[in-house]
Design a protein around this ligand. Structure first.
Ligand code: HEC
Length: 308
């Protein structure tokens, strides 16, 4: 460490501090760049969160629609049809009056007119819609999951476990808080979003205790994932999990409005103007200093010649 001389005694040999004309524009551009970058990043994230909320609303509404009818029945006629996916119960009818007579007579209905109704509950319908959306190649996908599941195909992934943990903890503190409703993470360029599914009284018919569950649940291997029970009314029971890609920054650039480009041009012009003003001020100061030095040199020459 070198000790600096006290400022009250200026040393004439001290080098003049150079005017760093290039430093302010770099600081300004870096500051602007940083704030624009962080702002657009959070804007893109919020836009994706709002998209994910729309998807979650849609999933809830599909469930609400199906609940209105206590689930829906998918009808097949004849016996040549493929079984329409999973279902809770299946009921077959032969509505042809002649056949009913034959049926009662010989217990051998005309299989072509046999109508079969496959009962699907809301969660099953939501999952089937999710499967259709995934198959369609849509950029957003969603699913219904829970900490423990009836259908092992609905088992949660690592993100979903974290989301349910965070939501459960938040709900224990304040069930009405925003953190008790949803949770999201950005990983790579994708948004992972979860919305809490809260158990209602009606859910307990199937999701209460395994031993109380309806026969059709207990006996169906598709729903014997080893869990899916123990729901408590008013408590988080599961998760609507949505994931979608964040918009690409390159596509943002392509869609930048003319006014934004005009703004950037103005900032660049302003900077160039500022720099040129600084450089001109520096040159003028330099010229003034040179003139002063020349005047002082002339004066000292004059005084030394008059002394001699
Ligand atoms: C009639 C029985 C029944 C009722 C009532 C019912 N569920 Fe389910 N639930 C099921 C079946 C069956 C599945 C498995 C669906 C599948 O195969 O994807 C399921 C799956 C789920 C899942 C996905 C995780 C898992 O266990 O596979 C959640 C979450 C869920 N139900 C929540 C609810 C909620 C919340 C309610 C009340 C609003 C409710 N369920 C009412 C039968 C029922």
């Amino acid at each position: 460490m070198t000790s600096t001389p006290p400022s009250s005694a200026p040393t004439p040999s001290r080098p003049r501090r150079r005017l760093l004309w290039w430093a302010p524009p770099i600081v300004i551009v870096a500051g602007l760049g940083l704030s624009i970058w962080s702002w657009t990043t959070s804007l893109l994230e919020m836009q994706s969160v709002s998209e994910a909320r729309t998807v979650a609303d849609f999933v809830e509404n599909v469930g609400r629609w199906a609940s209105r009818y206590g689930g829906v029945h998918v009808r097949t006629v004849g016996t040549h049809n493929a079984i329409p996916g999973n279902f809770l119960t299946r009921t077959a009818y032969s509505l042809n009056a002649d056949q009913v007579a034959t049926l009662s007579a010989a217990m051998a209905p005309d299989l072509k007119s046999l109508e079969t109704y496959h009962w699907k509950n809301p969660a099953l319908i939501q999952r089937e819609v999710a499967d259709v959306v995934a198959e369609s190649g849509s950029k957003a996908s969603f699913r219904l999951t829970a900490a423990s599941v009836l259908n092992t195909g609905n088992a949660p992934n690592e993100f979903e476990k974290r989301a349910m943990g965070a939501i459960r903890d938040a709900a224990n503190v304040d069930a009405k808080s925003a953190a008790a409703q949803e949770y999201w993470e950005v990983q790579g360029r994708r948004l992972y979003f979860g919305r809490s599914v809260v158990a209602q009284k009606t859910c307990l018919r199937c999701h209460d205790k395994a031993e109380n569950a309806p026969e059709f649940l207990r006996t169906n291997v598709a729903f014997n994932g080893g869990g899916g029970f123990g729901y408590v009314e008013g408590k988080p029971a599961g998760l609507i999990s949505v994931n979608l890609p964040l918009p690409e920054p390159a596509s943002m650039l392509r869609h930048m409005p003319l006014a934004t480009w005009a703004g950037i041009t103005l900032v660049a012009l302003g900077l160039a103007w500022g720099v040129s003003t600084l450089v001109r001020a520096r040159d003028a100061a330099r010229r003034r200093a040179e003139a002063r030095r020349a005047r002082e040199a002339r004066r000292s020459r004059r005084s030394s010649s008059s002394r001699s």
